[in-house]
Write a protein that binds this ligand. Structure first.
Ligand code: SF4
Length: 312
């Protein structure tokens, strides 16, 4: 599959079939914590980067295969960069809604929500998960490093307008990096923005996988808990501090693993859980792929991360 990947076990969404709308990392941000890597194209231009019809055709062939969609909990539209930059987004969500009763989730950096057309298209989804890492201009520029023309106040206004009219679930994610967007002023500004936006849920995260910039450091669980206390509404910590359930055993799936590692670096535990593989077959497969040079690994914060050799 070229555009569909997984299914992967997502902590937030359940068993999720991913749909990647972009052919490379195309984004209007260059976040210091980005786990995808540097941008191939750094742009605010919205266009059809991959043929919408090819994506909908791949969705159709997935759904046509007997029993394929049965275990899936959700379709998740995402991208190697920012999915709302793809102008076929609305058509793809409509297509999914017409062809299946499964919910559709979209992950976005939220930057194009100032546009009425993007808000209308995202309103077709069931769950929208935008990010808002900072509500102060200085911190926003430091952490997200947006392309020229991106305006923080317009983003907050767009999120507020979208949240007001959206009939589905809006979960707003904030990722904190130590010393960049976690000052008392930052939390106070985020609090004001969140009081206006009123998302159904606020999800706090921090750096876990190898970030684009080495200086992007995580907050501790206690620091996130303190921030949680200061923010309004339903706030949860989604950063990976918790003990996670052991994945059930399964057989090794090389293609799915390579697809997953092409998108982001993962630990052996991530792989077990996302692909439902037992630890022995995962370890064997990782050894084989490392020996053949298809993947490489590196250490970050005391953990070993695997990724495909092109992006290693
Ligand atoms: S984290 Fe998301 S929004 Fe930020 S640079 Fe990476 S792909 Fe773009």
């Amino acid at each position: 599959m070229k555009y569909l990947f997984g299914p992967v076990n997502s902590r937030r969404l359940g068993l999720s079939l991913g749909i990647d709308l972009l052919p490379a990392k195309i984004c209007n941000f260059s976040c210091v914590y980005c786990e995808v890597g540097p941008n191939s194209i750094f742009t605010c231009e919205r266009r059809e980067y991959t043929p919408t019809r090819e994506i909908t055709a791949e969705i159709d062939s997935f759904l046509a295969a007997p029993g394929q969609a049965k275990p899936i909990d959700v379709f998740t539209i995402t991208a190697s960069g920012e999915p709302t930059l793809h102008s076929g987004l609305g058509e793809i969500i409509s297509h999914l809604k017409a062809k299946t009763a499964l919910p559709v989730a979209v992950l976005t950096n939220g930057s194009l929500l100032y546009r009425a057309d993007v808000r209308q298209e995202l309103a077709l989804a069931d769950i929208v998960i935008p990010s808002l890492d900072a509500a102060r201009e200085e911190s926003f520029r430091k952490i997200n490093r947006p392309a020229q023309g991106v305006n923080l106040q317009e983003i907050i206004k767009g999120l507020t307008l979208f949240a007001r009219d959206f009939k589905g679930e809006l979960w707003l994610e904030i990722l904190f990096c130590k010393g960049i967007n976690d000052s008392a002023e930052d939390i106070a500004a985020l609090r004001q923005a969140l009081l206006a936006i009123k998302p159904a849920k606020i999800q706090l995260n921090t750096v876990a996988r190898p970030p684009l910039e080495d200086f992007a450091k995580p907050l501790s669980e206690a620091e996130l808990a303190e921030i949680r206390r200061q923010l309004p509404g339903t706030v949860e910590i989604i950063a990976d501090f918790r003990k996670r359930k052991r994945a059930p055993a399964g057989s090794a799936k090389k293609t799915e693993l390579l697809e997953m590692l092409r998108r982001r670096p993962c630990t052996e535990t991530d792989i077990c859980e996302a692909l439902n593989l037992d630890s022995n077959s995962t370890a064997r497969l990782l050894q084989e792929l490392t020996a053949s040079g298809e993947i490489a690994h590196s250490a970050h914060m005391g953990k070993i991360y695997y990724q495909t050799s092109q992006t290693a």
